[in-house]
Design a protein around this ligand. Structure first.
Ligand code: MN
Length: 320
């Protein structure tokens, strides 16, 4: 779904912004309109932070009452260099892609699309649809070694779970404490959905080499002593072996983490590359109808790419 609406290509990645130890940075969301009636709260990229591990894009939406609305309607659009993760708490999203996949993604099922060298897809609330829509849309940057891989779509209805008193977790992508999602990953990663009962207290085991952030999906929780309202994200830095959680009311969190992403990226619209020339080429290929295939069955025209400003980006090396 989610389209980057910034005007110019932006460099991401590299380790110079990754704190060596624990921090508690509260990231404010920015509201952005998507297709249909859906407004999202964008947490990544954020003014203060661009990536958490390979996670480079996080939108949180809902819960919205869409009983009399079209819901989500994101027309066919292209991607390169990334994976998209569709994650729902309420409602459903119908995914179509240029490989011919047609898949309804339901709450707590993983819809994982690996764009590799090129793919296009659409996402829509099916008709009819459930009254409520609540979820998150996330992107994972692919490392240089795998970013030209063959595009694929995976749907995992069964995901591994972790439990502790008052806490229930679903491992969406990557691993937590030795429990690993079946979703394909290309860098060391963690994406975990956590449900806490009111008054629950837990300590989550973390990888000290990973950086982490937590997004509040619902309820009222405290993460490392910081009270979080729904829709806000707390960046946690690295060097942590455990993370204290407390539920002031029933609540749910999304834990995102990973090894700091070492490569510099150029990110524009729906593309992740390594140079502005690559991005320009991808835009041209989409607008001339080559490379990205066709999404069949979507009721509407594909998205047109925005104008690309003439801002040549100097490639920058890795920074340690
Ligand atoms: Mn998309």
């Amino acid at each position: 779904m989610s389209e980057l609406d910034q005007a110019s290509p932006t460099l991401r990645g590299g380790r110079e912004d990754v704190p060596a130890g624990p921090v508690r940075e509260l990231l404010a969301p920015r509201e952005t309109a998507l297709g249909g009636s859906t407004v999202v709260r964008r947490l990544l990229p954020n003014l203060g932070r661009r990536m958490v591990g390979a996670w480079c894009f996080v939108d949180h939406y809902g819960p919205d009452d869409i009983a009399d609305e079209p819901g989500m309607q994101v027309p066919p659009h292209p991607h390169i260099g990334l994976q998209t993760v569709s994650w729902l708490h309420e409602g459903e999203v119908l995914h179509r892609d240029s490989l011919g996949n047609l898949q309804t993604v339901r709450p707590r099922e993983l819809g994982l699309m690996t764009s590799g060298r090129a793919i296009s897809h659409s996402e829509e609330s099916p008709r009819p649809h459930a009254r409520l829509l609540h979820g998150a849309q996330l992107w994972v940057a692919l490392p240089d070694t795998h970013r030209h891989t063959t595009p694929t779509f995976e749907h995992h209805a069964q995901l591994p779970e972790i439990t502790a008193p008052g806490l229930h977790g679903t491992v969406i992508l990557g691993s937590l404490d030795g429990t690993t999602s079946p979703g394909t990953t290309y860098t060391p990663l963690a994406g975990v959905d956590l449900t806490l009962r009111q008054d629950a207290e837990a300590s989550l085991p973390l990888e000290p080499d990973f950086e982490y952030a937590v997004l509040t999906m619902s309820g009222l929780t405290e993460v490392d002593g910081v009270r979080l309202d729904p829709g806000s994200m707390l960046y946690l830095g690295s060097g942590r072996r455990e993370l204290p959680l407390r539920a002031l009311a029933d609540g749910s969190l999304l834990l995102l983490g990973g090894e700091p992403f070492d490569e510099k990226l150029v990110m524009w619209w729906n593309f992740i590359g390594r140079s502005s020339q690559e991005i320009t080429q991808a835009r041209e290929d989409w607008m001339t109808g080559s490379r990205f295939g066709q999404v069949r069955g979507y009721d509407g025209d594909p998205l047109a790419a925005p104008e690309l400003p003439q801002l040549p980006l100097k490639p920058r090396g890795r920074v340690r």
